[in-house]
Design a protein around this ligand. Structure first.
Ligand code: GRF
Length: 187
């Protein structure tokens, strides 16, 4: 069975959605560990509640990104992780991790890539006035929000309720991420 590590920095609703999909058998994989760079993040509480071990790390405690990722890699190898899911992870993955897990690191992004890359995708799409919003799950590479697209889902919206847009995006994310994991592990 595929052993997943989830990387997250914040709320963790996608962490929980992936976990539920694995535990219910919708996804034939196991969430083995949470990796988190922020001890205050709510995702840490979620992991505790579900008895998923958390590996907390402080990137500033390392001399370089490579040194930090070498420690992370050792943890992943020790736990026999074969798939990494970034879920609201607010750091750029470096060469050390990318080379250790080629084509095995997924990310979820709250826009229809390649539109609205970056950390404020929902606000940017809203400000632009688009009428089609959506979500993308993609493999990561050494570009920001680039990499092979695995799954996308869109919806049309002609109103101006930003909170509603965000709520719909998150609801889609929670279905789409497990579906994308199934596409990857079914290969
Ligand atoms: C999601 O909108 C995801 O697309 C983006 O960060 C957010 C994480 O939300 N990368 P959560 O922490 O999983 O609730």
């Amino acid at each position: 069975m595929t052993r997943i590590a989830i990387f997250a920095s914040g709320n963790g609703s996608n962490f929980e959605a992936i976990l539920r999909a694995c535990q219910s058998g919708t996804v034939a994989a196991e969430v083995v560990v949470l990796l988190c760079d922020n001890p205050q993040a709510y995702v840490v509480e979620r992991a505790k509640k579900h008895h998923i071990p958390t590996f907390l790390f402080d990137p500033k405690a390392y001399a370089s990104k490579a040194a930090c990722e070498a420690t992370i890699c050792a943890e992943l190898i020790e736990r026999q992780i074969s798939l990494i899911c970034l879920a609201g992870y607010m750091r750029i993955v470096g060469k050390t991790l990318l080379n250790a897990y080629p084509k095995r690191i997924l990310n979820i992004h709250p826009s229809l890539l390649p539109a609205f890359k970056g950390a404020h995708a929902i606000d940017d799409a809203y400000a632009f006035g688009v009428k089609v919003f959506g979500v993308t799950v993609h493999l990561i590479d050494d570009t920001i929000d680039g990499g092979t697209i695995i799954a996308q889902r869109a919806f049309e919206y002609y109103g101006n309720d930003r909170n509603l847009i965000e709520a719909r995006i998150h609801a889609i994310e929670h279905d789409l991420y497990p579906e994308a994991i199934n596409l990857i592990i079914g290969d």
